[in-house]
Each structure stands twice: as structure tokens, then as C-alpha cells.
Design a protein. Structure first.
Length: 86
């Protein structure tokens, strides 16, 4: 029994799988770079909120809660981008 392999067909099939994985990894890398660039600004602006203990109108618990929410949101965004929910 002789098998005939079509090498060109196998190369095209393997190349299609690699192409989607590379674009997936590039997208995840771009997302991580954006998060690393923007996260310090987000967290520093949360730290600058004018709370009631400083004479403002924002309750004291809001900045702490928002830091937790923003941090968890960024972690879940990266986790989904890398493929944690497949």
C-alpha cells in the first residue's frame, strides 16, 4: 500500500494555523503594552480624588473600591486576551 502525500497542501494547512496564532499573539502584545502605558495614569488619577476627609464630596471608600475594580478589570482583560477563557 503506497501513500501519496501532497506536501504543498500540508504546508498550506500548517501555515494557516500559524498565521492565526501569530496575529493572536501580536494582538495580546499590543494590549499588554497599552495597559502598561495607561495603568499608571489611571491609578494616579484615582489616588488624586478629593474625598470627604480632604474636604471634597467623594466618600472615603470610593477611591479604594475603584482601585480594586480597575485593577481587576485590567487583569481580566489581559487574561481574556491571552486565552484564559477558551
Amino acid at each position: 500500500m503506497e501513500r501519496n502525500f501532497n506536501l504543498l497542501k500540508l504546508q498550506n494547512k500548517a501555515g494557516a494555523g500559524i498565521d492565526s496564532k501569530i496575529s493572536y499573539l501580536i494582538g495580546a502584545l499590543v494590549l499588554i503594552v497599552l495597559i502598561v502605558a495607561l495603568a499608571p495614569d489611571m491609578f494616579s488619577n484615582l489616588a488624586l480624588m478629593n474625598t470627604t476627609s480632604e474636604g471634597g464630596n467623594t466618600p472615603n471608600w470610593v477611591p479604594t473600591t475603584l482601585v480594586v475594580i480597575v485593577g481587576a478589570g485590567l487583569i481580566f482583560l489581559v487574561w481574556n486576551a491571552i486565552g484564559g477563557s477558551k
